[in-house]
Design a protein around this ligand. Structure first.
Ligand code: KIV
Length: 275
């Protein structure tokens, strides 16, 4: 009985080869960030294909102004919570700033920790040509890698803010070369962030690996959003974000009603008390 359950779970599990096949078949991929058990479990039930434990946790969970302070230990901790919930979705750990930039060996060590201690099935890292060797080392060590080019938040100081990348001839050529380098290094997919839609479309046509867009138009092979933006839990979402629910307003409303009922001695009422 338990063998049948385990096998059927495996059959439906989203895998790296399955995502590649999706591109060949023209089937889109839905990815969301998740940072804890509860939301990971809800998104998994909803049929989200990939759960990314993004370093955006620095912004939306920790309240930091950038993603830069996030540590590898924090990433591993949150990845473990998400992996515990994911029965179907592929879990990807986002390597934080400083965990792979110094040497490719250190990057490999960081990736191994995400798989071993966090139970991630893949890692993501930002950059193109500059991280190609690091990606290749991880792939050689049997770790599936998702690339991330265009607007790369860990390069916020070089870019001078969260600025759209790939505009103008040289910008366009830089992003295109980075995307090619990520594929050549062996990545199984690549996030295209903050770039003109026609550039993302060109990259998507050229690469054989799936592209997952965020602020990169509709022609990517998949789309990703930060869960707090999707659910209306972040204050000032960028203009490319579509808010699918307003849990922020609902949460304030619920907390306010609770506080009022406590103040007026209405909660707990007999129905919510032990006899
Ligand atoms: O950290 C993150 O959430 C990300 C996605 C926005 C792609 O990198």
């Amino acid at each position: 009985m338990s063998t049948v359950t385990a096998e059927s779970t495996r059959e439906h599990r989203v895998t790296v080869p399955m995502l590649r096949a999706r591109k060949r078949r023209g089937e889109r991929i839905a990815m969301l960030t998740a940072y804890d058990f509860t939301f990971a479990s809800l998104f998994d039930q909803a049929g989200i294909d990939v759960l990314l434990v993004g370093d955006s946790l620095g912004n939306v969970v920790q309240g930091q102004p950038t993603t830069l302070p996030v540590t590898l230990d924090e990433t591993i901790y949150h990845t473990r919570l998400v992996a515990r919930a994911a029965r179907r979705a592929l879990v990807v750990a986002d390597l934080p700033f400083g965990s792979y930039q110094i040497t490719s060996e250190e990057g490999l060590r960081s990736a191994v920790r995400c798989i071993k201690e966090g139970s991630a099935q893949a890692v993501k890292l930002e950059g193109g040509r500059s991280v190609a060797e690091t990606i290749a080392r991880m792939v050689a060590a049997e770790i599936p890698v998702m690339g991330h080019v265009g607007l790369t938040p860990q390069a916020i100081h070089r870019m001078g803010g969260h600025r759209v990348q790939g505009r103008g001839e040289s910008g366009r050529s830089r992003v295109l070369k980075d995307a090619r380098a990520v594929e050549a290094a062996g990545a199984f997919a690549v996030v295209l962030e903050g770039m003109p839609a026609d550039l993302a479309a060109e990259i998507t046509r050229e690469l054989s690996i799936p592209t997952i867009g965020i602020g990169a138009g509709v022609d990517c092979d998949g789309q990703v959003l930060v869960m707090h933006d999707l659910l209306g839990l972040s204050g000032d979402a960028p203009s490319f974000v579509k808010q699918y629910a307003n849990l922020g307003a609902l949460s304030v409303q619920a907390a306010r009603r609770f506080a009022e009922e406590v103040a007026h001695g209405k909660f707990p009422d007999p129905e919510h008390s032990y006899r």
